[in-house]
Design a protein around this ligand. Structure first.
Ligand SMILES: NC(=O)c1ccc[n+]([C@@H]2O[C@H](COP(=O)([O-])OP(=O)(O)OC[C@H]3O[C@@H](n4cnc5c(N)ncnc54)[C@H](O)[C@@H]3O)[C@@H](O)[C@H]2O)c1
Length: 316
């Protein structure tokens, strides 16, 4: 198949491209490196079935736009979006333009080439939820002018735009709401909690926990997420939304001590000020994705050990 992946230089995008190439597909990647890594593209470019376009999807230059419009893709995985809590203010404009103009540009390519499309939305569309667990029909609790709104409302707008294209133009699009995911190829500058802890371990620095660390999170391994994404692309309903993530909760403080234990380190934990907009917990209701036959295979201990062994060849 001929497949387009937006956000191919990112953490999930680069893992996704690898899986697609292993299955024998021809993959076109697009990225502007705003939060992605050139290292990921360098690795992927060794495969002759991978072609890369450096471009901003919210401002496609004429030549590349024409090239993409001419391709007639079978499938499009639309992942491009600036990520990261520290970027909520600095990249707010880029988040909003990628989720609006960028998503519209990609939808036009899907419409013209009659290709299936899968969009990676986020658990952030539930904001600071009042319902636990969150099922796909829960409308969320989002502050539309809060600090997190460029990402949260951006994703909500993309979902709405995609749904309009399904209803008005009949395109075959699906939405996956991704909950916290971790795994290989996370960038060292990624400030999400697992890469941050591993980077701190690497540098022999204390693991910094926001506040008392009792806020809870769930973590899904990227290989499990990608299996779920493939199931949704193949078997998911047109216009349907699916949560994918882990439903096993862990507090951030326990996560820090767990990482210290499995890396056999004696590094300390340091509590630092917690950002005011940090949410207390999120928990996916997973029955829709389970019904498609999905089940996660990699537990947190196994997944973390793999990254720690890879990132820290000599255990600290
Ligand atoms: N990793 C997670 O835990 C998680 C959780 C929820 C949702 N998601 C979603 O999954 C997708 C992938 O996330 P990730 O963790 O790999 O993040 P990432 O930042 O590593 O990857 C996103 C990629 O999109 C690219 N990009 C951003 N704006 C672009 C634009 N206008 N044009 C072209 N490329 C652009 C970035 O450079 C980056 O390479 C994103 O849509 C994200 O919102 C991820």
């Amino acid at each position: 198949m001929k497949i387009l992946v937006t956000g191919a230089a990112g953490f999930i995008g680069s893992n996704l491209v690898e899986h697609l190439l292993e299955k024998g597909n021809f993959v076109y990647g697009v990225d502007n490196f705003i939060t992605g890594s050139r290292k990921n593209i360098k690795r992927l470019s060794k495969n002759q079935n991978f072609e890369f376009f450096e471009n901003d999807i919210s401002n496609l230059d004429d030549q590349k736009s024409e090239l993409l419009h001419d391709q007639k893709f079978d499938q499009i995985y639309h992942l491009a979006c600036p990520t990261g809590v520290p970027n909520l203010v600095t990249l707010a404009e880029e988040m909003l333009s990628t989720c609006s103009i960028g998503t519209k540009n990609i939808l036009e390519i899907a419409k013209e080439s009659n290709s299936m499309l899968l969009f990676t939305s986020s658990s952030e569309v539930y904001g600071d939820p009042k319902e636990f667990p969150q099922n796909e029909s829960y409308g969320g609790n989002v502050d539309q002018v809060g600090v997190r709104s460029p990402y949260e409302e951006g994703k909500r707008f993309s979902e709405s735009l995609i749904t309009m294209y399904v209803r008005k133009y009949g395109i075959d699009a699906k939405i996956v709401r991704v909950f916290n995911t971790y795994g290989q190829n996370m960038s060292k500058s990624d400030m999400r909690v697992i890469p941050r802890f591993i980077h701190q371990l690497e540098q022999d620095k204390p693991l910094t926990v926001h506040g008392d660390g009792l806020q809870k999170r769930t973590f899904c391994h990227v290989d499990d997420l990608i299996n779920g994404i493939f199931l949704v692309m193949d078997k998911g309903g047109k216009g349907e939304v699916y949560n994918i993530g882990s439903n096993k909760e862990i507090t951030i403080k326990d996560l820090a001590y767990f990482i210290i234990k499995i890396s056999e380190s004696n590094i300390k934990v340091k509590h630092i000020e917690r950002p005011k907009h940090d949410h207390q917990a999120r928990l996916p209701y997973l029955s829709k994705i389970f019904q498609l036959g999905w089940s996660p295979k990699i537990n947190l201990g196994e997944g973390l050990s793999k990254i720690i062994d890879y990132e820290l060849p000599v255990k600290v």
